[in-house]
Design a protein around this ligand. Structure first.
Ligand code: ZN
Length: 146
């Protein structure tokens, strides 16, 4: 179990330090901003959605390692998914970090399961997802992880 936990931490540290899909997306047609006041994490999410499918997802901003890693892993997981699949993934991910592993296969996103033990960190891990929800819903107001 220790080995697995170390592996999970390695993935989080790697994505926290070298986030994937980081930087603006020139032809984005959905964007949203997210803010987690408890930790100070801020991010802007950029999506290119065509025919209900997320063709590209990028983000920028500044936050702690957990929020950055979560956003990085999320953008990787979103590409090629329909909006409905993305919302379902959000629900499954939210369940993972609040209630623990469920039936859904979350792939690499499962590395964030450990935040469940740290309630204040759950906000960091879910910020990108709340921002995704806002972007898909077309909300103008900044998303928070509250
Ligand atoms: Zn944070």
């Amino acid at each position: 179990m220790t080995d697995l936990r170390d592996l999970y931490q390695e993935v989080i540290i790697d994505h926290g330090r070298r986030p994937r899909n980081f930087g603006p997306l020139a032809d984005a047609n959905r964007t949203a901003e997210g803010f987690n006041p408890l930790c100070g994490d801020r991010l802007t999410l950029y999506l290119k959605v065509e025919d209900g499918v997320i063709r590209a997802a990028r983000f920028d901003g500044a936050g702690c390692a957990i929020s950055t890693a979560s956003a990085s892993l999320m953008t990787e997981a979103l590409t090629g998914r329909t909006e409905a699949e993305a919302e379902a993934l959000f629900a499954a991910f939210h369940g993972l970090v609040t209630d623990g592993p469920g039936a859904a296969d979350l792939g690499k996103l499962a590395v964030l399961a450990g935040v469940r033990a740290y309630p204040s960190r759950i906000k960091c891990a879910t910020l990108a997802w709340h921002t995704l929800h806002a972007a898909l819903a077309g909300q103008a107001r900044p998303a928070t992880s509250e």
